[in-house]
Design a protein around this ligand. Structure first.
Ligand code: ADP
Ligand code: ASP
Ligand code: MG
Length: 436
């Protein structure tokens, strides 16, 4: 599921000796500031101060920023007012403007404080991606330009969420993708630190906006946070965690509003010398709860029951780059089955179109879809080996009179598809029940 093309790094020649010599090596920090953190002019000025304080401490800094506040949502809404099926290429041209506003304004704010600074778009920063618009993957970064600017003593401000494909087209990395820009740049530049600044104090064991009693995690492993992020915990873009793990790059998630130390994400091994890490490993199994309300369920009714049918449907969806999640085949006692699966709401229209074509071709009865569903998951290392956790999870839903539509499990998670209208309350109840 997480396969990716080799991520290549093409660095400028002069920079390597500098990094190899530990005596001369200045600390290189990559910081990423999310939309809320640069939500207005005052906040941008605050970020400028935070960035320049790193310079005052003798560090070199690369900053990745998101679009201001809800700018990306606003741009999406405008596009849909004009065209219900806006072309993906033009969406990328449009959405990339959000980040371009932020980099220029932040650079101006930093320049005003008397520091040397330059803003760069994704393409100018050498961020090369695949050619799949709206969900491109970073394939490599040519760091020549960024390294040159750093060498000249400049703070480099990079537009997150965007890159350029082989044909020179602007691409974007999928919603929340600025985290991935930051991690990829940090890996490519062999940065000493990568900090993700956001509007909460770190990674919590449930979304703190839904579960007021959620606790901030001081430490969390790549695998656990990757699972949480993939299951809908919007705090990090899943691909950013994948890349951080691949390059063994510790990540810190922290608030841009205070100096609390945030959450450290890295590999934690048992038997480590670090006492805190050992305590971490011995803790309870369930590490967090994640909720994904951004999904929809598609059902194809009365599909002929014969070999090759599932292959045909899911390869057609894969060909359109539609990511399919929970899949269920209801076996009827006749010669037909019902097939249901979930997709991200952003891909619902396309997925329904593919399903309808498939349904027509194989002579299924009809295609239905439902946006009133949500996926609630409990996450933790080794969870599936512990039967008590599943039963407690199901009991909690039963106590609330919530029907489970679909269940799926992996080594480190159990997910249930439920009614979206009840999902937030269920999350709060489960958090309490597991005493997290
Ligand atoms: P940014 O614009 O900084 O990237 P996001 O909105 O993408 O911010 O991510 C931060 C939000 O993620 C928080 O405001 C919080 O509501 C949400 N969130 C969901 N799950 C979690 C979690 N487990 N821990 C922390 N935040 C979470
Ligand atoms: N601005 C983009 C979004 O809203 C990317 C990001 O914030 O990471 O999805
Ligand atoms: Mg984000």
């Amino acid at each position: 599921m997480f396969s990716m093309p080799e991520f290549t790094v093409n660095q400028s020649e002069g920079s390597l000796p500098e990094r190899i010599n530990p005596v001369q090596k200045p600390v290189l920090v990559v910081q990423k500031y999310g939309g809320t953190s640069v939500g207005n002019v005052d906040k941008i000025k605050r970020v400028a101060k935070r960035v320049t304080s790193e310079i005052d401490e003798g560090h070199r800094v690369v900053v990745v920023v998101s679009a201001m506040g809800d700018r990306t949502d606003e741009l999406v809404a405008m596009a849909h007012q004009i065209n219900v099926h806006p072309p993906s290429r033009e969406m990328d041209v449009l959405l990339s403007t959000g980040e371009q506003v932020s980099i220029a304004l932040l650079a101006m704010a930093i320049q005003r404080l008397g520091y040397d600074v330059i803003s760069l778009t994704g393409a100018q920063s050498g961020i090369h991606t695949s050619d799949v618009h709206k969900k491109a993957r970073i394939e490599g970064i040519d760091t020549t330009r960024v390294e040159r600017e750093l060498k000249h003593g400049r703070i480099v401000i990079v537009a997150g969420f965007q890159g350029v494909d082989e044909a020179g087209e602007i691409t974007t990395l999928g919603r929340g993708g600025s985290d991935t820009s930051a991690v990829a740049l940090a890996a490519a530049l062999s940065a000493d630190k990568c900090e993700i600044y956001t509007d909460v104090d770190g990674v919590f064991n449930a979304d703190p906006r839904i579960v007021p009693k959620a606790k901030k995690l001081d430490y969390v492993s790549y695998q656990e946070v990757l699972e949480m992020a993939s299951l809908g915990a919007g705090v990090l873009h899943p691909r950013s965690v994948e890349l951080a793990e691949k390059y063994n790059l510790p990540l810190v998630v922290r608030s841009s509003y205070n100096d609390r130390k945030g959450t450290l994400i890295k590999n934690f091994k048992t038997g480590s010398n670090d006492l805190k890490e050992d305590i971490y490993m011995e803790k309870v199994l369930v590490r967090g709860i994640a909720l994904d309300e951004n999904i929809a369920k598609i059902s194809i009714l009365e599909v002929p029951d014969k070999p090759g049918i599932a292959f045909r449907l899911f390869s057609a969806l894969a060909k359109e780059n539609i990511h399919v999640d929970m899949i269920v085949q209801n076996v009827n006692r006749t010669a037909v089955n019902d097939i249901s699966f979930t997709v991200n709401v952003d891909e619902l229209q396309e997925a329904v179109a593919v399903s309808q074509k498939f349904s027509f071709e194989v002579g299924a009865q009809k295609v239905e879809f439902d946006q009133g569903v949500a996926k609630l998951s409990v996450v933790g290392t080794g969870i599936v080996a512990n039967a008590e956790i599943a039963s407690k999870f199901f009991e909690a839903l039963f106590e609330m009179g919530i029907n489970i539509l679909t269940i799926s499990t992996s080594e480190i998670k159990i997910s249930c598809l439920i009614d979206k209208a009840r999902a937030k309350d269920a999350m709060v109840h489960i958090h309490e029940k597991f005493e997290l």
